[in-house]
Design a protein. Structure first.
Length: 312
């Protein structure tokens, strides 16, 4: 199968490139910089130069690909996540228009946080809630992806856990918590710390994207959830222990001041299930847990603070 990947040099995308190549597929990856292009070439992928700010340049890379995975998202300034979400919507729209009527695959990216507040664990059947902080940013792209099934696209989306963890994670939730803890001198959680985030290891997430590219039916959602809910208080305690810092609770009203852009997510309670994903796609996550990665020093090694996420 010929595949085209946006975000191919990123934290998850670089793992997906390896996953696809090892499964015998060919890969063309989108690169916006010389460094990203060089990394993709070293990995054995074909390079297409383009930029999310220019959706036409992204679409030009599709060529004769049988399936497209859209993982790229602008994480340069997460305080502008809703602007970044609108830019992502433009890219998904352009990809969908290019693939309409072809029957080819398109797998896009969302997050379980778009359904935070759903009764009980969030399942693949739960629709996005665009009234939430995360839903307003990523929800429109999710809804558009599913609608493309009616336009002759084998469209599907992967909802990732708030923590996709592993060595090389430089922009996600946990490294942000680590940086804030270092700056503030305490590792904090909101309230009693009982609100939970799902988690999944990077390599397990990459395997899920491959399975979705290969066989996901049109108009389907899939959950990248290995752990259905890790308590934020436990995450804070693990970071505090790894850094040698005390753990503390902060008032929900102070979350944005303490955590910055992450404050909008720090208060989220987001239990989620991947039962359907495991059953129908045959996905079986096997990587270490989030707390195991933190305890192993993945997020507190000296290199983490300045590293670039996702080297191929």
């Amino acid at each position: 199968m010929k595949t085209y990947i946006t975000g191919a040099s990123g934290f998850i995308g670089s793992a997906l490139v390896r996953e696809l190549l090892e499964a015998g597929h060919s890969v063309t990856g989108l690169a916006r910089s010389d460094a990203a292009a060089a990394a993709l070439e070293r990995a054995g992928a074909t390079v297409h130069r383009g930029d999310l700010a220019d959706p036409a340049s992204v679409v030009d890379g599709i060529g004769d690909a049988d399936a497209v995975a859209h993982l790229a998202f602008n994480h340069d300034d997460m305080s502008s996540i809703h602007d970044n979400g609108r830019a992502d919507l433009a890219v998904v729209q352009a990809l969908g228009d290019a693939l309409a009527g072809s029957g080819r695959g398109l797998v896009t990216t969302s997050g379980t946080a778009v359904g935070a507040g759903a009764p009980g664990p969030l399942t693949e059947d739960h629709a996005v809630d665009t009234s939430t902080f995360a839903g307003a940013a990523r929800g429109p792209s999710e809804e558009l992806t599913l609608a493309l099934a009616d336009r002759g696209v084998r469209s599907a989306l992967v909802r990732l856990s708030p923590s996709v963890h592993g060595r090389g994670d430089g922009h996600g939730f946990v490294p942000t918590l680590v940086r804030v803890a270092r700056e503030r001198g305490v590792s904090a959680h909101v309230g009693d710390g009982r609100n939970v985030w799902p988690a999944v290891h990077r390599l397990d997430a990459a395997r899920l994207y491959r399975l979705a590219l290969e066989s996901a039916p049109a108009g389907t959602r899939w959950h990248g959830v290995a752990e259905g809910g890790v308590a934020t208080g436990d995450i804070a305690a693990a970071i505090g222990e790894a850094l040698g810092l005390p753990t503390t609770s902060i008032d929900p009203a102070d979350a944005m001041d303490h955590f910055g852009w992450l404050g909008g997510f720090a208060v989220v309670d987001n239990p989620a299930s991947s039962e359907r994903t495991r059953e129908l796609l045959g996905w079986s996550p096997s990587g270490p847990t989030l707390l195991e990665d933190i305890a192993a020093g993945v997020y507190t090694e000296a290199a983490v603070a300045g590293q670039v996420a996702g080297q191929v």
